[in-house]
Design a protein around this ligand. Structure first.
Ligand SMILES: C[S@@+](CC[C@H](N)C(=O)[O-])C[C@H]1O[C@@H](n2cnc3c(N)ncnc32)[C@H](O)[C@@H]1O
Length: 238
């Protein structure tokens, strides 16, 4: 896709990788590119998000490295249920929700155990995912996108099982919460029984526990697809 208009809004890191979307969603690169190009319809939303972030004094709040790909995958898969772990300011959530709005179906369940900044002004060394003073998880998600969103606040260790029992199947799961070997293994093992044919799992910082990712892939005899040389991986249940 032509990324030039997104460059200043999302930075170089978020330049989408069409092949990754295509391979993950099981479509051609031409089809994947068509869905990514659709994001041009959302440039005004991206600008609103960027301006909201700026109001707090910084524009980087632990955003997911591949937001446009989340949009593209969600448009292709047309999920009933998405579950994500790790919200922070809500960049990944907003991109899932833009796609669900366009799909006119589906629900995003986001789990977040926020870390609040207790000071009105940001200081050097604040952790990148801290919630600015007076704000809460997902604070940059525009109100027009919230209709298909259920935000569950608390630890994924306490909430994930309950959410899964409620929805019964997960079409897309996105892991972007604490990067520990144990936590990644816990989430992948917990969601496994709720995945079905066509379900997609993406996980950032997968190098904390490559064995847990490999076990999930092996359980479904599928491949782990890495986004470029990054730590972000995805897999699709055949
Ligand atoms: C890397 S940030 C998420 C970034 C977000 N996906 C985005 O696109 O900007 C990780 C988030 O997980 C939250 N978190 C920390 N421990 C958690 C836990 N045990 N369960 C769920 N979320 C947790 C953090 O407070 C933070 O909001």
């Amino acid at each position: 896709m032509d990324y030039s208009r997104f460059q200043t809004l999302l930075g170089n890191r978020a330049r989408p990788e069409t092949r990754w979307v295509a391979d993950l969603a099981g479509v051609s690169q031409t089809v994947a590119n068509g869905f990514l190009e659709e994001m041009n319809e959302n440039l005004a939303v991206e600008e609103t998000i960027r301006n909201t972030l700026k109001e707090t004094g910084r524009t980087y709040y632990a955003q997911f490295p591949a937001p446009l790909e989340l949009y593209g995958i969600t448009r292709i898969v047309k999920p009933e249920s998405i579950v994500e772990s790790g919200v922070s300011s809500g960049i990944s959530s907003a991109h899932f929700l833009m796609a669900l709005k366009k799909n006119r179906k589906g629900t995003l369940h986001s789990i977040d155990y926020p870390t609040y900044s207790l000071k009105p002004k940001r200081s050097e060394g604040d952790i990148s995912w801290s919630i600015p003073y007076g704000k809460d998880s997902g604070w940059v998600v525009p109100s027009g996108l919230r209709r298909r969103w259920k935000l569950h606040k608390g630890r994924s260790e306490d909430l994930l099982r309950g959410v899964l029992k409620e929805i019964r199947a997960v079409d897309i799961f996105c892991h972007d919460s604490p990067w520990t070997s144990r936590h990644l293994a816990y989430e992948l093992e917990t969601i496994q029984p709720y995945l079905r044919s066509g379900s997609i799992v993406v996980a950032d910082n997968s190098s904390w526990n490559p064995a847990a990712v490999a076990r999930l892939a092996a359980a479904f005899s599928t491949r782990v697809l890495r986004r470029g040389t990054s730590d972000l991986i995805g897999l699709r249940v055949p």
